[in-house]
Design a protein. Sequence first.
Length: 512
Amino acid sequence: MNDQWAKELQERVQKIRAGGATKYHEKNAEQSKLFVRDRLELLLDPGTIRVEDGLFANCLEEGLPADGVVTLTGKMNGQTVCVMANDSTVKAGSWGSRTVEKIIRIQETAQKLKVPMLYLVDSAGARITDQLEMFPNRRGAGRIFYNQVKMSGMVPQVCILFGPSAAGGAYIPAFCDIVIMVDKNASMYLASPRMAEMVIGQKVTLEEMGGARMHCSVSGCGDVLAKNEEEAIELARRYLSYFPANYKQKTSIIEAKSIQAGIRSIEEIVPDNQNVAFDMKELIRAIIDENSFFEMKELFAKEIITGFARLDGRAVGIIANQSKMKTGSLFVDSADKSARFITLCDAFNIPLIFLSDIPGFMIGTQVERSGIIRHGAKMIAAMSEATVPKISIIVRKAYGAGLYAMAGPAFEPDCCLALPTAKIAVMGPEAAVNAVYSNKIAQLEESERNEFIQQKREEYQEDINLYRLASELIIDGIIAPERLRDELKERLELYESKEMIFSERKHPVYPV
């Protein structure tokens, strides 16, 4: 009898782990989509322990193996993690009441263990037929999002989006720290194109409505666009390598690497002329460990660069202005992008390095109507509140409120350093002379104007002379370009023990 029980159990387990009907597996293969358990094999460390809960959920109901979701605890990069993964071969990965309960329970496990939570999303959303059981109650679908908010900043939360994340389910990626989307297959939307046409009469494709490339480049809801599922999984593994398990810990220091071979010197990279654009990413590569840059939102708001890197083996977050895009000015989207990244790094004890080459916030009717002031305030608030080590480097220029947003001296960076090419001012010489002397210039004879303008610009340059700024203790040091990497390495090591409380209060009133 015991042998019979064992055989029956084994057969049931195998059937459940096989997922849905063959035709659904074949459909996934046509779309270059992996089966959920194959995704988990790639995600988790091979040969390590893993424990699956809720395997027999809804096992008495035909056609609903595991109720369409796998929930487990395992190892990734040697670190314990909790995972939920939709099985799209089971009713398109839709949610029933037991699906929801399983997700809630694995979230609760992640909270108890204080370990990262990963969401492998491929779901058509709620099963309308089960809405009474899974939608409105205390442990209904809303509880998943409540838990995500509760876990935010406590443990890293990672979403890999392989297929759809529809309707209310779209808020799973929305509440995660990073959303990695598979190009052409992943999508998230509150209403499908069919519903949009029916309700508001708008005809639109799925890609236009909520496709991966759109979200990674236009809406900013996606952080990283992956070519395929294998790359998406590898990106998730790499992303978490920059993070501790939870907010109480720090990222491990790994073996240091040299900078990438063949990179030009910083002196060659940065032009003296403030108005000549250059690629800030090349400068970043000139100071960080080889091949260690992990860029966030690369396709979105390209005028600001945000990403993780290693510097002498230490994990750091980098915020840098990109003069190649929109002169490096801050816009609504780039302010939001920066604020979120700063908050993410600060939550998990990752030091911040600001590389400033900024003419300021963008001006004009369009950005004012879009709320540039409140969005800029959001970035400045996030930067001010960050209590991790903050190092501010003026690479070439920091004008106007751009100096403030990029951790200028008034915002308690642990140091504010400058390269010899740096300038700090309310505005650049050209704009300043025009602002102060426009009436005078208009009154001059044309033959006298150029000489007068040049003279006033030189006087202005002298007023913002870098050595004068250092003399007045506005900046903490002037660093030769070839010394920048070593300076950062030394300061990061010395600032390792930094501890501070920004303000005693319940919480701020966020400028949103």
